[in-house]
Design a protein around this ligand. Sequence first.
Ligand code: CTP
Length: 410
Amino acid sequence: MSRIVLGVSGGIAAYKACLLLRLFAEAGHDVVVVPTRNALEFVGETTWAALSGNPVHTGVFSDAEQVPHVRLGREADLVVVAPATADLLSRAATGRADDLLTNVLLTAGCPVLMVPAMHTEMWLHPATRANVATLRSRGVVVMEPADGRLTGPDSGPGRLPEPEDIEQLALGLLADPGVAARLAARDLAGRKVVVSAGGTREALDPVRYLGNSSSGRMGLAVARAAAARGAEVIAVTANVSLPLPSGVTGVPVVSTADLAEAMFAQAADADIVVMAAAPADFTPRTPSASKLKKSGQHGLTVDFTQTTDVLRTLAGRRPDGQVVVGFAAETAADGEDLLELGREKLARKGCQLLVLNDVSGGKVFGAAATEVVILSADGVVARVAGSKSVVAHAILDAALNATPDERNAE
Ligand code: CTP
């Protein structure tokens, strides 16, 4: 169980912080809410206390015997400020300590995640831009706001990202506090990352298909991590029911042929391409135009053909400098056997990196935590164990660190 301080500043999006608080509490974390005086204009102390199950700290001078202005920041594993208003960002950037929340920010030794929400003009104002840049230069993770409907009839960037999205990023920071520096540095700014996610479906007839149970979680974790590090991210999603992370553009597809077409179009000018989807390897040679009917006691025989190998084709037409990443789930007798299968697949697919995991005995599938080996033609680049977020960041690190030779080799 981790200790999270949830700072809430005075914006209408404070009501969405209630949902975020619930998600943290449901995930088993101990959450202490520190609302600013203005935040209490939007959501009252009772709501925060009831949802967190903890006393709510509102002032520097209450509970003075517990020295909350120092203790809360020191004891936290993560501080999340949602919503972070333009005023809060300004006070944090200049090191003000005029209320409990800004005191917590000055004493926190853990990662700090700020989730801005404000009107577009305020977000784009040079003063706010400068404050965000200052905070990021100090290692504070400042999420980009979502682009969408604001308080009034207007819309634009400035909306608080969805609570699930904030939670995922926050849990990634808890799992590996080292990620904070990479998020704050936005080391993928100016790069285009294209990720595929989910499982394709091949139509047997108008109502039936051949599919697989890939949820798309790994691909979305890579998309979320890349967007949080500043990349332009396209997620080609095959039948994924999970919401897209904020800042990610989705291209929904159904079949392997659709996936291939979308990936080839999107990857042409990408810096990093990650094939995390599970495309069907076979498709019916001639899907039935009408619904297949039972006939007597006969079974059904379907003639399948192989689909395009999207990864191999992408690797084959890769522009110079691009890194193509594949995945392989293998059932291996032991670690050496796994590496041998991985080396063979890396060579066969022609990709620069292969993310290899051992699924023998039902390992990995459906598990929250996973264990992978990242391989290049030169051998093992990294061994990673942890949440999908931790693995996603390790994949992006490996892609960023790929040597020019790996990136440009024929
Ligand atoms: N892949 C792809 N196009 C396909 C099938 C797979 O791009 N038609 C990609 C997957 O997204 C993954 C990688 O290839 O990144 C490895 O998938 P896997 O199913 O292990 O590859 P196969 O070539 O089908 O290997 P095997 O013969 O071992 O099943």
